[in-house]
Design a binder for this molecule. Structure first.
Ligand code: AMP
Length: 282
């Protein structure tokens, strides 16, 4: 596995590749969720590149970015064992050198959900993803359904800017008890972790209600709210049932919707989602 530190290193490698390239952008502290993206990329491409960059401009403050968990040595070992070809680990000055002033904004999708909770977050994601796509020129980019809004934003971004890349969205990987894997789970106490299981149960309740024919979003949102209010350690930040492509809130689920929630548990805000979609001929 080649470790690349600069955009020039990346260009030199990419210019000489013959075969397809899959790119998996991450912020490191890798877990089985990230590995599922890498495995998918490995299956579908001749070459796999993973980036590890804790992108400061998608955090609320320098302190938040600084405190984001890092585990460099274990990350490298995991990537080696997944037969990743290239890992790109730039420092902040390489990505945002002195004088940097160019950003990418996907307007409407960035305003809602994580965007309204964390101003600037989605602009940060769109900017780093665009920079990575320009320099890597991958055939496919891999992202996780866990960050449903990010996947929708990336699909919009590549469509609007006509970037020739296939966006592959991989299913959310969960612990055996249903909790979606996240680098932030390490901050949960044992009690908080137990309470966090209600996130997925609330989403499962909505999935069941939807399959039973309830399409009214108000009723569906209430089902989640009722499950979450059962636990005093949980503070609901948002419950959304939105159009799968635009993220506009829906009154009624007609085609495909993203049902997403954000819940504060102790010092952490956890996010999770499921897709609501009519399955024909089940
Ligand atoms: P991050 O390192 O948190 O920026 O995540 C990098 C990529 O891994 C994003 O596309 C995430 O959506 C994806 N990811 C993170 N957690 C999971 C998970 N539990 N299941 C599937 N994909 C995930």
């Amino acid at each position: 596995m080649q470790i690349l530190k600069s955009f020039n290193d990346v260009s030199l490698v990419v210019d000489n590749l013959s075969g397809t390239l899959g790119l998996v952008p991450t912020m490191g502290c890798l877990h089985a969720g990230h590995l599922s993206l890498i495995k998918q990329a490995r299956m579908q491409n001749d070459f796999v590149a993973v980036s590890i960059f804790v992108n400061p401009i998608q955090f609320e403050s320098e302190k938040d970015a600084h405190e984001y968990p890092r585990n460099f040595e274990s990350d490298i070992a995991m990537l080696e064992s997944e037969n990743v070809d290239f890992v790109f680990i730039p420092d902040i000055g390489e990505v945002f050198p002195y004088g940097y002033q160019t950003y990418v904004t996907v307007t409407e999708i960035s305003r809602v959900l994580e965007g309204s909770r964390r101003p600037g977050h989605m602009r940060g994601v769109a900017t780093i993803v665009t920079k990575l796509l320009i320099v890597f020129r991958p055939d496919s980019i891999y992202c996780g359904q866990k960050d449903g809004q990010q996947s929708i934003l990336i699909k919009r971004l590549v469509k609007d800017l006509r970037i020739p890349v296939d966006v592959q969205v991989c299913p959310t990987v969960r612990d055996s008890d249903g909790l979606a894997l996240s680098s932030r789970n390490i901050y949960l106490s044992a009690k908080e972790r137990k309470s966090s299981l209600l996130l997925y149960s609330s989403l499962c309740s909505v999935q069941d209600a939807f399959r039973d024919g309830i399409k009214n979003s108000h009723i569906l949102r209430n089902i989640i709210a009722n499950v979450l209010t059962n636990d005093s350690l949980l503070e609901t930040v948002y419950i959304s049932i939105a159009d799968f492509d635009t993220l506009e809130e829906l009154d009624q689920v007609c085609n495909k919707a993203l049902c997403s929630i954000a819940v504060k548990v102790g010092s952490v805000v956890l996010i999770d989602n499921i897709i609501l979609e009519e399955v024909l001929n089940e």
